[in-house]
Design a protein around this ligand. Structure first.
Ligand code: SAM
Ligand code: SF4
Length: 337
């Protein structure tokens, strides 16, 4: 089958799939406390998700990242992971992975490893129990730490993703780094993005530029930029003194669009060609219209032909009302972070 190539000659080899918009946490930068979730009937069934992902794999997607919402709170999700593992076994898929808040890992880590998952991303912004409860509203730190330990025990490599938040985890920069080094986890910092309903004043307040974060690190360590790229917004540095690798995801201050190899599928079957643009293609209609995949493949190709050159986020270009230009109204939990 002809591979998926967009108008800017980028091969689409990476699909992120949000399998649910629901979550057992309510992180302040991601969701409001009383979120309205999608009616369950709107969600793709696990069988439909399997069919859709399998078509993408046939069309050249080699890496699949499952996200949400919280992927591990979707009922029956292990059936989906087991299903996807057949593409790892056949060699069509190079990597199956997930991004999780860690709350259910103690229960699922061994099963995930048995499905061929080798590494996972766990979101963790603080190691302070009270602060953790504050930022996630509903989360409990010990449960997540137990989950991370279970993942490591099951042989999964864990990368910690921490959203850099001004006045919140600035003081934990070095302790997070030390903890990750001690536990053998990689660490990536993410800049907070203007997603969800208009909370621009809050977001701007929380915005901690990773250039500042990096400068603070450089006061103590020597940093070497690594050339390695993943096709996404992450850039990596090595801390010379410890050998530790550190990632920076700076969608707002760094242009990574030229090498973008990814698209995102929501739990209702919408395909977003760019995290920072509103354009999307509905794949649920062609999926449900026929058991034959021809119309679906055609819809996917038509969508990829519309993949934009780049995104529009920019804190620096606020207009006079203080709003962020390029603000995206949908929540991260909808598109899948
Ligand atoms: N529930 C899972 C988790 O928390 O890892 C997966 C979904 S969550 C939406 C994926 C990632 O998006 C998390 O690392 C989270 O910290 C990040 N995220 C959510 N809202 C964000 C925002 N406004 N800016 C930057 N990152 C955000
Ligand atoms: Fe849930 Fe993840 Fe959003 Fe936090 S960041 S509310 S854990 S989906």
């Amino acid at each position: 089958m002809t591979p998926l190539i967009d108008p800017f000659a980028r091969a689409i080899s990476y699909l992120r799939v949000s399998v649910t918009d629901r979550c057992d946490f309510r992180c302040t930068y991601c969701m409001s406390e009383n979120m309205t979730f999608l009616p369950k009937a709107d969600l793709l069934s696990l069988e439909e998700l399997d069919r859709l992902c399998s078509v993408f794999v046939q069309m050249g997607v080699q890496r699949l990242r499952i996200t949400g919402g919280e992927p591990l709170v979707r009922k029956g999700i292990m059936t989906f992971f087991k299903g996807m593992s057949r593409h790892l076994e056949s060699g069509a898929l190079q990597e199956l992975t997930l991004t999780t808040n860690g709350s259910q890992l103690a229960r699922y880590a061994a099963d995930l490893a048995a499905c061929g998952i080798r590494r996972i991303n766990v979101s963790l912004d603080t190691l302070d129990e009270a602060k953790f409860a504050r930022i996630t509203r509903w989360g409990r730190l010990p449960q997540v730490l137990d989950g991370i330990r279970a993942a490591t025990a099951a042989g999964l490599r864990v990368k910690i993703n921490a959203v850099a938040l001004k006045g919140f985890n600035e003081d934990e920069l070095f302790s997070l780094l030390d903890w990750c080094a001690g536990e053998g986890h990689d660490l990536t910092f993410i800049e907070v993005m203007p997603m969800g309903e208009d909370m621009s004043p809050l977001r701007l307040d929380q915005y901690w530029n990773l250039k500042d974060l990096r400068a603070r690190l450089a006061e103590r360590f020597t940093l070497t930029d690594l050339t390695e790229r993943t096709g996404g917004p992450a850039r990596y540095v090595k801390i010379n003194e410890t050998g530790q690798k550190l990632g920076f995801i700076t969608p707002l201050t760094h242009n990574f669009c030229e090498s973008c190899n990814r698209v995102r599928l929501t739990c209702t079957g919408e395909l977003y060609m760019c995290l920072g643009q509103e354009d999307m293609a509905d794949l649920r209609a062609p999926l449900r219209a026929s058991p034959d995949d021809a119309a679906l493949e055609q819809a996917i190709r038509a969508a990829i032909a519309r993949k934009p050159k780049g995104h529009d986020f920019d804190y620096a270009r606020q207009n006079v009302t203080g709003k962020i230009r390029g603000q995206i109204t949908r929540h991260m939990s909808h598109t899948g972070g």
